[in-house]
Design a protein around this ligand. Structure first.
Ligand code: NAD
Length: 419
């Protein structure tokens, strides 16, 4: 099956939204590529005494709204186009939620399961050593993404402070609580996905308390989405996950899972494969489940033409970045299955990151409720405004989100005489 290049994917929709807006011929040209993409080679002395060189990237898309902002991913499939696409999505996400940030993203081509703790630390510090001149609390603020976490952020920030002497906590977000982190940051993306899922279900006449939900991926986004949907009364019937030994597997319970039990199980075993109160179904059965909403929270291109043809859910909410490619998008539209796009649905993480940055810069603390209430408020504001655009232009939620974000970017580009 041909997999769509994520950069082509985002450019396609960006182009369409610029054409619909019809504001300035150069708008698409300005936004279609990042302002800067840096490729680095990181030497790491491995535990066996030999050096291995890891390739890494940092992409900085557009800084008219403020410093670049975006996560760092450690994964074998990281590549230049993926990082560029992810940085464009970050610009759109920050614009949609009115954050004073532009889009950035980074990554290293690596299978973290092959590294010892010591090698992982050297690699994380090595990333900063190659890039410290191009990041900073007023220039580019990285955060965790797939396979990176608060421990890695602590190593990276420590290295940044050592190399620059700039003893600020605000250069990285997604940090541990004891080292400049914010209450609520860890859960924020999942909270946001859950809030948007609840609202979108309401729009199609499904009460969250009667809803049947399937989730792909049980990492940070997937597990917190499940936790908060369960808190709202939603029933999570199926979870598809990946196990380094067994590959992709899917668990199912027609009565709905006890999510706090699943979270404890995953924390203990790092897998759900041996969870007892579940039956296993195939990945084909997962996609064909008769559920109200399917929430992909793993990686991009999870739903291509092949999967889209099978899907019977009424709604898809993109917890991951870019999980539905544009060919699948077209098929889902024909099947009248709504798709709530990533740049809206998973923006809770960057909103909480913004409040972490605000706390680091101002020295004023916020409670978990402060942060999560602000996340919910900002997301509902964006959701309602994008809904209005959807009705005004008669387009899908994805196009409406792009139109809304691009319009805001255009206005500031115009004010700054950059277009
Ligand atoms: P994570 O590494 O914590 O979790 C990803 C999970 O997906 C892992 O448990 C992994 O085993 C599982 N997985 C991988 N491939 C799979 C497959 N084919 N089928 C089923 N499960 C699979 O990462 P995360 O932080 O939860 O991020 C997930 C997605 O959400 C990414 O696209 C990321 O860019 C996006 N995102 C994350 C945040 C955040 O705050 N963490 C914010 C916005 C967007």
């Amino acid at each position: 099956m041909h997999s769509v290049n994520p950069l082509e994917n985002v450019q396609m929709i960006l182009k369409k939204s610029c054409e619909i807006l019809n504001l300035d011929g150069s708008l698409y040209e300005l936004l279609k590529e990042p302002e800067r993409t840096i490729e680095i080679n990181i030497p790491v002395k491995m535990d066996n005494g030999k050096f291995r060189i890891f390739k890494g990237y940092r992409s900085q898309h557009c800084d008219v709204m403020g410093p670049y902002k975006g996560g760092i991913r450690f994964h074998p499939s990281v590549n230049g186009d993926e990082v560029k696409a992810l940085s464009i999505w970050m610009s759109l996400k920050c614009s949609a939620t009115h954050l004073p940030f532009g889009g950035g993203k980074g990554g290293i081509i690596v299978d973290v399961d092959e590294l010892s703790e010591n090698e992982l630390e050297k690699l994380s510090r090595g990333y900063v050593k190659e890039l410290y001149k191009y990041i900073g609390d007023r220039f580019d603020i990285p955060a965790p993404d797939v396979n990176t976490n608060e421990k890695i952020m602590a190593w990276m920030l420590d290295e940044y402070i050592k190399l620059t002497g700039n003893n600020t906590l605000a250069t990285f977000t997604g940090k541990a609580l004891g080292f400049g982190g914010s209450y609520g940051r860890k859960e924020a993306t999942g909270v946001g996905v859950a809030v948007i899922t609840r609202e979108s279900l309401k729009k199609i006449g499904v009460n969250i308390k009667d809803s049947k939900i399937a989730i792909q991926g049980f990492g940070n986004v997937g597990s917190n989405t499940a936790k908060h949907l369960a808190r709202m009364g939603g029933n999570i019937l199926s979870i598809s996950e990946y196990d380094s030994e067994y590959g992709i597997y899917t668990i199912y319970n027609e009565d709905g899972f006890n999510i706090s039990e699943l979270i404890s199980h995953f924390a203990k075993y790092n897998t759900l494969i041996n969870y007892e109160n579940a039956k296993h179904i195939s990945i084909d059965q997962f996609y064909s489940l008769d559920v109200d909403v399917l929430i992909p929270c793993a990686l991009e291109n999870a739903i291509t033409e092949e999967e889209a043809k099978k899907i019977r859910a009424k709604l898809i909410v993109e917890g991951a970045n870019g999980p539905v490619d544009y060919i699948a998008d077209g098929i889902l539209r024909q099947k009248d299955i709504g798709v709530i796009p990533d740049i809206l649905a998973n923006s809770g993480g960057v909103i909480a990151s913004y409040f972490e940055w605000v706390q680091n810069i101002s020295g004023i603390d916020m409670t978990e409720d402060d942060v999560l209430n602000k996340v919910e408020y900002k997301m509902l504001l964006a959701y309602n405004e994008i809904m209005n655009i959807k009705d005004e232009y008669g387009v899908t939620m994805r196009l409406a989100s792009y139109i809304y974000s691009v319009l805001r970017l255009y206005k500031i580009l115009k004010l700054r005489s950059r277009i």
